[in-house]
Design a protein around this ligand. Structure first.
Ligand code: GAP
Length: 516
C-alpha cells in the first residue's frame, strides 16, 4: 500500500476509535487545531508520564516546573521572538494558497533523495545477495547526478537561509521550477517574513490594555524561573528544569494532521551547565534522548539524527531526532545547545542579575544551557504511525479475515485490559465486573459484553489493548480465565489471582526505563 494511503487510513482510524477529533468539528473545524478523544487522552497522558518520569524520577538533578502561559511581553522581546520568530512565506497568485518557502525547497530536496533511494532499491532487487550498496552509491550515474543536484541546491538553500536572503529563496523556487501543488503554476509572489506568535490584549480598558503573546515555546517560562528554582531547590550546576505545557504558533501551512498544529503541547527540559562544558552535555543528551525513543522498540533503522543547516539565533549546536513517518523522515524532537543567550538576554532586559556562584571555581557566571524539546502531539503521531498495522488473520471459523491492530508499547496503551464475559447470563457478566473491580485501581480496564468474542477482540486490537480476558463457564467452576495477547493473538488459561502479576510486568513504565 502506498505510504500516503497508509497515512490517510491512520488519520481516519484516529477519528473512528476516539483518539483525535478535529476541533470545533460541528462548526466545520478550525485549521490545525485538534481535540483528543477518550483513547487519545489516555495515550497522551501516558506519553507525558513516560517523558516526565524519565526526566524527573530518573535524574536526581532534574526537577519540574509548571509556569503560566501568559508572561510579561518583554520576555519575548528579550528572547528574540518578537523580532526573529518568523517563517518565510510565499503565495501562489492563481490558487491563492500560501506556502513556507523553505518547506517548498525542502520538498524539492526530498525529491532528489527519493530518486536516489528508488535507484538503490531497484538495484538491490536486481542484484540480490551480491549487491554492494556502497559501491553502487559511489558509481551509479543516475545516483551521482541526483546527488550532485541535491548538493548544489542544499548549498544554495543553506546560504540563502543564513543570509536571511528572501529574494534568493524566491529565485531558488523559480530556478527549480517548483509549481504550486494546487494550481500547478509558477505564478509566485515575493517571499516575506511572517511572525508566528499569537497575541491578545490583557486588561479591560482598550487604551490601558497590554499586548501579550501566547507562548510559542515553554522554554522561556523555565529561563525566567531559573533563579527561583536554583535558589529554592538549592540546585547545583549541572541541573535541569523540565516542563510540559501548551505552546501556540500561527503556522503558515498546517498540514499532515497533528504533525504541525497551531495549538500544541511541548515537553521541554533546560539543562544548566558550566560555560565551556555545553558541547559535552549536548552529546550526552543527544544520546540519552535517542535511547528514550528507541526503547519503545519501533526499530532503530527508523530513527536518525539530522544536524541543523541553519542554527537558530540562540544556538551553537543543534540536532533533530527524526522518525520515518509515512511521509518521510521528519523531526520529532530537537536538542539544542542554547549557549548563555536566553539567561543573558533576560539579565539585560530585566536588569536583574541571573548568575550562578560556582563554589568549585569560586566564581559567578551566567550558565550555559542544553535544551531537549519534543512535541507531545508529534510524539503521539509517531507512536500511532509506528503502531498501526493491517494484518491478514484466520478467524475463529478458520476463514481468512483482516485485523487492524495498534501495536502500541503496552506501558503506553490507553486501555491495558479488556474483560469480556462470553455471555451475559449465568453470572458471567457479574464475574467479569468482579475482576474489573479487583484490578481497576492498578490498570485502566474496559468491560465489553456486546457482539461476538471475535468482534470484541478486533475492537480491542484497534485501540491497542495488550490484554483481553474472557470469562466463560469454566471460570465459574475454577476461577480461571483465558488471557489473550494482542500481538501474538495466543491465549493461555490462567488463574484470576495471577492476572495482576502477569499484566503489571508488561504494562509498567519500568519495562521501558530498564532499557534506558
Ligand atoms: N524551545 C525550542 C523549540 O521550541 P522547536 O524545534 O521549534 O524548538 C520543538 O520545537 C518541538 O516541538 C519539535 O521538535 C516538535 O516536536 C514540536 N513542535 C514544534 N512546532 C510544532 C507544531 N506547530 N505542531 C506540533 N508540534 C510542534
Amino acid at each position: 500500500m502506498a505510504q500516503e494511503d497508509v497515512f490517510k487510513k491512520l488519520v481516519a482510524h484516529c477519528k473512528e476509535y476516539g483518539f483525535v477529533f478535529q476541533s470545533s468539528e460541528i462548526y466545520d473545524g478550525l485549521g490545525a487545531v485538534y481535540d483528543y478523544g477518550q483513547n487519545g487522552v489516555e495515550l497522551k497522558n501516558n506519553i507525558k508520564k513516560y517523558w516526565w518520569d524519565s526526566m524527573v524520577l530518573l535524574h536526581e538533578n532534574v526537577v519540574g516546573l509548571d509556569s503560566a502561559i501568559f508572561m510579561h511581553p518583554t520576555i519575548w522581546k528579550a528572547s528574540g521572538h518578537v523580532d526573529a520568530f518568523s517563517d518565510p512565506l510565499i503565495d501562489n497568485r492563481d490558487s491563492k494558497k500560501r506556502y513556507r518557502a523553505d518547506v517548498l525547497i525542502e520538498e524539492q530536496l526530498a525529491k532528489f533523495e527519493d530518486k536516489i533511494e528508488k535507484e538503490v532499491e531497484k538495484a538491490k532487487k536486481r542484484f540480490g545477495e551480491t549487491f554492494d550498496e556502497k559501491q553502487f552509491r559511489e558509481t551509479n550515474g543516475r545516483v551521482l547526478e541526483n546527488q550532485q543536484k541535491w548538493n548544489d541546491l542544499q548549498a544554495r538553500f543553506v546560504k540563502a537561509l543564513n543570509d536571511s536572503n528572501l529574494d534568493e529563496l524566491k529565485q531558488i523556487i523559480i530556478d527549480q521550477e517548483i509549481v504550486c501543488p494546487v494550481s500547478g503554476t509558477r505564478n509566485w509572489t515575493d517571499v516575506r517574513q511572517f511572525n508566528l506568535m499569537f497575541s491578545t490584549d490583557m486588561g479591560a480598558a482598550a487604551d490601558g490594555a497590554m499586548k501579550i503573546y501566547l507562548r510559542p515555546e515553554t522554554a522561556q517560562g523555565i529561563f525566567v524561573n531559573y533563579l527561583n528554582v536554583q535558589k529554592t531547590g538549592r540546585m547545583k550546576i549541572p541541573f535541569g528544569i523540565a516542563q510540559i505545557g501548551k505552546a501556540f504558533r500561527n503556522e503558515i501551512v498546517a498540514r499532515q494532521f497533528i504533525f504541525r498544529m497551531r495549538e500544541f503541547e511541548q515537553m521541554e527540559m533546560q539543562f544548566f551547565v558550566r560555560p565551556g562544558s555545553e558541547l559535552e552535555w549536548f552529546q550526552k543528551w543527544k544520546q540519552t534522548r535517542m535511547n528514550w525513543h528507541q526503547a519503545l522498540g519501533f526499530g532503530s533503522e527508523n530513527y536518525r539524527f539530522h544536524e541543523h543547516d541553519k542554527l537558530a539565533h540562540y544556538a551553537n549546536a543543534a540536532v533533530d531526532v527524526e522518525y520515518k513517518f509515512p511521509f518521510g523522515f521528519k523531526e520529532v524532537e530537537g536538542i539544542h545547545s542554547r549557549t548563555d543567550f536566553d539567561l543573558s538576554q533576560h539579565q539585560q532586559f530585566s536588569g536583574k542579575k541571573i548568575q550562578y556562584f560556582d563554589p568549585e571555581l569560586n566564581e559567578s557566571y551566567v550558565p550555559f544551557v542544553v535544551e531537549t524539546s519534543i512535541g507531545v502531539d508529534r510524539m503521539f503521531l509517531q507512536i500511532m504511525a509506528a503502531s498501526y498495522s493491517e494484518e491478514e488473520i484466520l478467524s475463529e471459523d478458520g476463514k481468512k479475515d483482516m485485523r487492524v491492530v495498534l501495536r502500541i508499547p503496552a506501558p503506553l496503551a490507553p486501555i491495558k485490559l479488556a474483560v469480556l464475559p462470553l455471555m451475559k447470563k449465568d453470572g458471567l457478566a457479574e464475574k467479569a465486573r468482579e475482576i474489573i473491580d479487583e484490578l481497576k485501581f492498578d490498570f485502566n480496564c474496559q468491560y465489553d459484553e456486546k457482539d461476538s468474542i471475535g468482534k470484541r477482540y478486533r475492537r480491542q486490537d484497534a485501540i491497542g489493548t495488550p490484554f483481553c480476558v474472557t470469562v466463560d463457564h469454566i471460570t465459574m467452576e475454577d476461577n480461571t480465565v483465558t488471557i489473550r495477547y494482542r500481538d501474538t493473538m495466543l491465549q493461555d488459561r490462567v488463574a484470576i489471582s495471577d492476572l495482576k502479576n502477569i499484566i503489571s510486568g508488561e504494562v509498567s513504565l519500568k519495562k521501558l526505563f530498564a532499557k534506558l
